[in-house]
Write a protein that binds this ligand. Structure first.
Ligand code: UTP
Length: 408
C-alpha cells in the first residue's frame, strides 16, 4: 500500500496534491482509506477526456433507417428468426442501472422509483414485466445482466430480492458493478467528498462491457451460448426488451449491431440521432446538429436526420469481444457534485459546479462494422423518466403508460 510520500508523488504527477490537505487531521484508519483510494484511482483517464467540441472535423451525413412499413411487410419472417434465436438462448439482456439519476432527485436507485398512482408500480417491475411478455413464451428465460455502481449496488440487489425478483427466475439475473471515475471542479481538480474520500461517480453507461468482463460474466455468457446482447436503459418504462422483431431484422440483414430509433417530434428534440460519420454508422448528439442539418430534407421531403436513439441496442458478442480493450472516449459532463470545501464544510450545490467523466454506449455503435437503425412507434415504446415533471418525466411516462392500457 502507498504511504503518504508515495501518494503525494502520484498526485503531483496529475496536479491533484490538494487531495491530501486534510491528511494530518484524520484518524489512522481514515488515512489508510484515503491512501488506498489514491492507489486504486486511475487519474490518467482525466487527461484524455474529451470536450463537446471533439466532433467538429467529421463529415456527418444521413443514414437510412428501416422504417415501420418495411418492418410490417417482413414481420412474419423477422418474428420467426427472432423467436428461433431467442428459443436457442442466443440473446442475453443488459439493464444499465448504474446511473445516479440526479435529475429525478431521489437518493435511491432510479429503478426503485414508484410510478404507480393507486398501487405500487416500480420502474424495475415495469421493465421486468416488459421482458416477461416475451420470455413467458420461450422455452427458457433470457439471462438478464443488471449493471449497478458502487453507489447503488446494495440497494438495487436487496430491492430485487425483497420483491421476489418481480417474478423473474432469480438464477437468470446477474448483478455486476461498473467502474468509478473521480469527479472534478471546472479546472479539473478532483473533489473530496469527505476528508478521507475522493468524490467519484460511475464511469458512464459505455463502461458496461468491460465491467461485465471484469465481473467474470463473459464465461457464463459463453457457457449459455449467448451470441447477442440487448442493452437497454433503466428509464424507458415502455420499451420492448428482447424484441423478436428487432432481433430477427438484425439477423436477417446480417448486421453486427442494431439500434431502436424513433421519429423525432421536432427538429430540435434533444435526442441523439443516427447518422453516418465519415461514412460509418454513428450517433450525433443533439447539440452537434446545426440548424441546416436539423432542417435538411431527404428525397421524399422527410427530415434527413429524423431518427433519434432511445438507448435500446443489439450487439453481437463476437464483435464486442473484438473491440474489448479498445479505448473509448471519456466525455466531460457538467453536473452538480457534492463535496467538502477548503474549510472542510460539506457543500451540496444547486447548480452544476464541475465535471463527471463518462464513457457512452452510443460511442460503441461507431466501433461496429455496421448497425441497423430499426424504427419503433414512439407512442408505444418511448416513455423515458429523466425528471419529476415536464418533458421526459414521471408525469409524461404515466400518461403514456395509461394510453397503452397499463393500470397505475
Ligand atoms: P442518463 O444519461 O440519463 O444518466 O442514463 P443518469 O445518471 O441515470 O441520470 P442523471 O443524468 O443523473 O439525471 C441513461 C442510462 O444509462 C445508465 C442509467 O442508469 C440509465 O439507464 N447509466 C448512466 C449507467 O448505467 N451508468 C452510468 O454511469 C450512467
Amino acid at each position: 500500500m502507498l504511504n503518504k510520500e508515495k501518494a503525494l508523488k502520484k498526485l503531483e504527477k496529475y496536479g491533484q496534491e490538494h487531495l491530501l490537505r486534510f491528511y494530518d487531521e484524520i484518524s489512522m484508519e481514515e488515512q489508510r482509506e484515503l491512501l488506498n483510494q489514491i492507489e486504486e484511482t486511475d487519474f490518467s483517464v482525466l487527461l484524455n477526456a474529451l470536450g463537446k467540441e471533439d466532433d467538429k472535423d467529421h463529415e456527418i451525413s444521413p443514414i437510412k433507417a428501416m422504417q415501420l412499413k418495411e418492418i410490417s411487410e417482413n414481420k412474419d419472417r423477422f418474428y420467426r428468426k427472432g423467436m428461433d434465436a431467442l428459443n436457442s438462448g442466443k440473446l442475453g439482456a443488459v439493464l444499465l442501472a448504474g446511473g445516479m439519476g440526479t435529475r429525478l432527485g431521489s437518493d435511491a436507485p432510479k429503478g426503485m422509483f414508484d410510478i404507480g398512482k393507486t398501487k405500487s408500480v416500480y420502474i424495475f417491475q415495469r421493465l421486468i414485466e416488459n421482458l416477461m411478455d416475451v420470455t413467458d413464451n420461450l422455452r427458457s428465460p433470457v439471462q438478464l445482466f443488471v449493471m449497478t455502481s458502487e453507489k447503488n449496488h446494495r440497494d438495487t440487489v436487496s430491492f430485487f430480492k425483497q420483491h421476489g425478483y418481480f417474478g423473474y427466475p432469480q438464477t437468470s439475473i446477474h448483478f455486476f458493478k461498473q467502474d468509478m471515475v473521480p469527479s472534478t471542479d471546472d479546472d479539473g481538480k478532483v473533489y473530496l467528498e469527505s476528508p478521507c474520500r475522493i468524490a467519484t461517480s460511475p464511469n458512464g453507461n459505455g463502461g458496461w462491457f468491460s465491467s461485465l468482463e471484469n465481473a467474470g460474466l463473459i464465461e457464463l455468457m459463453d457457457r449459455e451460448g449467448i451470441e447477442w446482447l440487448n442493452v437497454f436503459a433503466v428509464d424507458n418504462v415502455l420499451q420492448r426488451i428482447a424484441d423478436p422483431l428487432f432481433l430477427g431484422a438484425v439477423l436477417d440483414g446480417g448486421f453486427y449491431s442494431g439500434s431502436k430509433v424513433i421519429r423525432k417530434n421536432a427538429p430540435d428534440e434533444k435526442v441523439g440521432v443516427m447518422c453516418l460519420k465519415d461514412g460509418h454508422p454513428s450517433i450525433v448528439e443533439y447539440y452537434e446538429l446545426d440548424e441546416d442539418m436539423m432542417n435538411e430534407k431527404d428525397e421524399n421531403g422527410d427530415r434527413a436526420y429524423n431518427f433519434g436513439v432511445i438507448l435500446n441496442y443489439l450487439f453481437s458478442v463476437d464483435e464486442l469481444k473484438k473491440i474489448s480493450g479498445m479505448n473509448m472516449p471519456l466525455h466531460i459532463v457538467e453536473k452538480k457534485i457534492a463535496h467538502i470545501n477548503d474549510e472542510g464544510q460539506y457543500v451540496e450545490p444547486k447548480e452544476p459546479n464541475g465535471h463527471k467523466y463518462e464513457k457512452l454506449v452510443l460511442d460503441m455503435v461507431e466501433m461496429f462494422p455496421n448497425c441497423l437503425p430499426f424504427e419503433v412507434e414512439r407512442e408505444k415504446e418511448f416513455a423515458p423518466i429523466k425528471n419529476r415533471s415536464g418533458v421526459d418525466s414521471v408525469d409524461s411516462a404515466r400518461e403514456l403508460l395509461e394510453k397503452n392500457g397499463y393500470e397505475l
